[in-house]
Design a protein around this ligand. Sequence first.
Ligand code: NAP
Ligand code: G4F
Length: 353
Amino acid sequence: MKTALITGVTGQDGSYLAENLLKKQNYKHVIGLVRRRSADGVNRLEQIQTHPALTIMQGELEDAGLLARLFSVYRIDECYNLAAQSFVRYSFDNPVATAMTNYIGVINLLEAIRHHSPNTRYYQASTSEMFGGLTEEYLSENHSFHPRSPYGTSKLAAYWHAVNMREAYGLFTCNGILFNHESPRRGSEFVTQKIAAAAVRFRAWKNSGGMGEPPVLRLGNLEARRDWGHAQDYVEGMRLMLQEEEPGDYVLATGQAHSVRDFVELSFAHPEVGVKIRWKGEGLNEVGSDADGRVLVAIDPVHYRPSEVHVLLGDWKKARECLGWKPQFSFEDMVDQMIRAQVARREGHGPTA
Ligand code: NAP
Ligand code: G4F
């Protein structure tokens, strides 16, 4: 019977991972690290908040002393480090805060493990952003890195720190190099959730009689392509990595890329929304309209990034062969789930996150 610590438990992945572990027979205790908020920040834990095997502890990755105490007091078998400043756009304006959580926080955690609990198995939430998106190739664990944002550089530093602790001190550290994964619990500023919310906002406008102008979805780069999977599949992959005999680094991806434009078209074409988007114009002047010529999508350069990650496409062969991992949700299933969850939320009968 194991004890697991999840940092970032209030996030998209952390909440799914906590549910995943609590459903398994062999976890007697799941500890979730939560940072203090001025308002309630545990919406995504609605379904498990009162589970007897879940303990919520307050703390942040920047607090080395707290982490040391945590690993001295509890016998933690597995540590999943999912806490991060995870929004790429924000990292350009806030590089130091991003590095403090995403890199220094990882040093703090691994020092606590090294000194107080060297047998703890450690999962590091690494990312396809480390590759930088300058090539159309399928990206595997062996591909070189070229991060294109302060977020990417902070995550790459953390990646190498986890590898170094494995090589220097024999710690059981794994990097999950995860490509984008989404779900109804995705944060509202990420492009997929932003699009799903906008499509459903348009549906509400239409259903209430369509008076005045429809709401406009303002986006940045429509041509960016991502290998989008479903978060519930990916948290299972994280768990599997820590069950292996030897530590290692694994890509989790689907092997299919879609553009932001594809995501818009599919979301608005969803049966709940029912609009075929027609594109007109170029660059900053491009707009997406409905059959009556009403503008529903426009470009706002504020969403462009100083340097863009153009395309990410993952090769997940190692995860398939070594972990037996395989994504279960298709891209279309995921979009469908996100739209339906937005509809339920808007109509007041869905989970709040
Ligand atoms: P998310 O929804 O943004 O969740 C991030 C979590 O980290 C939240 O619980 C957040 O707390 C917590 N956190 C932030 N700063 C913290 C700090 N200083 N101390 C303690 N906790 C802190 O992210 P996600 O999508 O679940 O992603 C999970 C991890 O995987 C992240 O490390 C992310 O960088 C990485 N990743 C994500 C993807 C993806 O596509 N989702 C792909 C590759 C890698 P609050 O709730 O208080 O904000
Ligand atoms: O949804 P995004 O903000 O996700 P991004 O930057 O790919 O990062 C996510 O995935 C990473 C894994 O590769 C994680 F490590 C990271 O933590 C995070 O979860 O943007 C996706 C793409 C970008 O190319 C962006 O330029 O969508 C483009 N985009 C176009 N318009 C937009 C918008 N992104 C956002 N957030 N908002 C827009 O209006």
